[in-house]
Ligand binder design. Sequence first.
Ligand code: TNX
Length: 505
Amino acid sequence: LLIVLLFTLSCQPKREIKFPTTNLEEAAVIPKPLEVSASSSGFALDQYTKLSVVSEDEAFEDVANYLSDKIKSRTGVDLKNTSRNYTQLSIQQAEGFTNEEGYELEIRQDSLILKAGTAAGAFRGIQTIRQLIPEEANKTLTDYPIWVIPTGTIKDEPQFGFRSTMLDVARHFFTVEDVKKYIDILAYYKLNTFHMHLTDDQGWRIEIKSWPKLTEVGSTTGVGGGPGGFYTQEDYKEIVAYAAERYITVIPEVDMPGHTNSASLAYPFLNGNGKEIEIVTSMAVGYSTFDTRKDTVYAFIDDVIREISAMTPGPYFHIGGDESLVTKDDDYVYFIEKVEKIVSKYGKKMIGWDEVATANLGSGAVAQWWNSKKNADLAIKLNMKLILSPAKKAYLDMKYDDNSEFGLRWAGYIPVDTAYIWNPESYFPMENVLGVEAPLWSETIRTLDELEYLAFPRVIGYAELGWSTQENRNWEDYKKRLAHHRLFLDANGVNYYKSPVIEME
Ligand code: TNX
């Protein structure tokens, strides 16, 4: 038997490849990995690369399938169907990872091994592998194309366990297909959370079976008129599942007690502003409120939170709470404290915009700092966790500059460098900081192209701010890596803004 084995092995055709010198440390990976060391040779990804998985956990198999699908559609190489086995790409579950999303890559001439403790870590790791595959194959090393990956090792894990972006589907509605395309690109940059702003004055976008008029009446239009739209519960579940396959947690938001004109239009008893409710398609804010002193209002909210929570596997429910300018202060506090209890009753942690820190909340609730440092400091006093979304830095709906076709400007222009150059570590004690989120409000955008114009490339920078440590972040270095990513964005039909501060062309 041994002789047969040795004979078979020696009959395997050998391959000698002279790789060009490589440098893994200079690879254009975003977010920048924690530790990289280069060994200057090459790993050949080609038609003779075999993919294997070493894990008892079936989820690792799914991660491998995701990678092989992406590699196949980009290079044509089918890792699942190789006639020889010159090189191997192996995804292995291993011990010793303290961070759930941590992973390691060991890249040698004939093997590329990804190790992670969890499938989530493996999923983050395969994004790095995808980014290491050059856009162009080398066609001169042998008589078939080889994608040369630089050799060396990467040890990586995120700085924050919460790296998010928000999409406002209320001011303008985006279809399930649009949202999926966006989420798939976000996954490439290792974001792990997707916050959906599902309701606002101009539209209610999520079906609630016990209150059907919310969508029948409340979803029919949006900012500037137009057809509106909403997600059926099946649509919403589809988005949640699609995100979950990418290890992205969905956070649903129902904004209240302000920003509720569309709900009160459907069910006028909810209204607390004392005026007749009409359809609103303007961009105005701060005129609507729920009636915070009616039991029936809380019975309604209980149903809404129950139905949405039942479809949401993630730990959070966002109750909005911003800009309730016509709610009296004590009514506001009473409301937020009551609604937090409903959220806890359905097993979720409450998140609210920074104003919610004016209520007396348990330390389990989370405040999202967007505007008021004073409110954020209140949250710290209550020992709440904070999500950092300072509007002047992190708002994806601000114009880039005065040429920007879309976007608002109330928080100032946010060119690509301003969006990147700030330190989430420097505002509050790190133990209070859950992570970073970049919100995209949709008053000025109606199509996926317009969404992408505001989101890209800035959202890529927020992904790095959430993942990479301050020591590893540097604008000059980032700018070069980002320029390289235009190839990926172009190949995926993403309509990014051609920023004059990046040589994107
Ligand atoms: C403020 S940010 C709002 C939104 C607007 C946004 C536009 C926040 C919590 N509230 O209602 O869409 O500005 O930039």
